[in-house]
Design a protein around this ligand. Sequence first.
Ligand SMILES: Nc1ncnc2c1ncn2[C@@H]1O[C@H](COP(=O)(O)OP(=O)(O)OP(=O)(O)O)[C@@H](O)[C@H]1O
Length: 321
Amino acid sequence: MLLEIRNLNVYYNTILGWTKVLSDINLDVERGEIVGIVGESGSGKSTLGHAIARILPPNGKIQGDIIIDGVNLAKLKDSELQKYRGTWVFMIFQNPLNSLNPVKKVGFQLVEAAKIRHQREGKKVNERDLINEVIQVLKDLRLPDPQSIIDRYPHQLSGGQVQRIVIAMSLLLKPKLLIADEPTSALDVTIQAQVINLFKQLNKELNTSILFITHDISLAYVIADRIIVMYAGRIMEDGKVEEVLKFPMHPYSQGLVSSIPTGDKNNNKLPAIPGNPPSFFALPTGCKFHPRCSKVMNICKEKEPDLINKNGRRVRCWLYE
Ligand SMILES: Nc1ncnc2c1ncn2[C@@H]1O[C@H](COP(=O)(O)OP(=O)(O)OP(=O)(O)O)[C@@H](O)[C@H]1O
């Protein structure tokens, strides 16, 4: 097992006080596994990514365990985290510029990434070899004219190019776990498909585990082996991607799946899930989804169900208890 998350709670301090945004997250990710994290806006997907990468904003607080390859990152001080950043966990954001330093040339930043990995592997490599390694990765990513690209600043590149530079950085760092947070949503469709293929390549060639965060369940289907459905900071369902898409068990997953456009002209009206996700300051009693659920029962309003194992999946719903 590469990643083991145990009883993880995450809180933010806000003007209204501390609020718990992730509740009792338990999650295992195998080496080489691609896990899609899906759910509507505000369900806590990015917070989960930031918590695992230990890059929560200063008003965030973690409780619980985040164990990667036997090291509990949740228990490390900021000063101790430095040696795990990049090569253990690397996070790619929706806006790839957030992963790069705006005042340093792209080539310098990529050489630094390669240097960090070699240092951690205990190898000494000269500058020329590092530059060659960087150029080779850019060629592999089919970036035209790598020699001129390494001499540019991030803002001098297109969105698609910057995202490929960030992927190049991950190829150079070779992280054990890559967290990609909506990495393709700012890109146009043709570039999106290329970027998805690059992630798959990275996963296959280096056996990198990937957490792929997206609100688009059909995109998760394209890339992931397994899917985690989140709602109001909780895991509602967890299973193999084909199984969850074919037979979603949780009524929330059923709503997400039935809102996937089918491409069928006669079926272009998508049944949306009625209502909106709750505010973390006014969560409903019982199951957090019950006010929007078409299958609500009395118990759902009173008591929150546990995440239980059922038919090779995990599901949090009274229908299955
Ligand atoms: N720094 C912060 N301080 C206080 N609250 C925050 C902070 N960051 C996020 N939140 C709140 O935490 C909740 C979960 O947000 P998060 O961004 O993790 O959800 P998400 O599922 O990734 O949504 P989106 O798809 O819109 O990014 C939201 O209610 C959000 O307003």
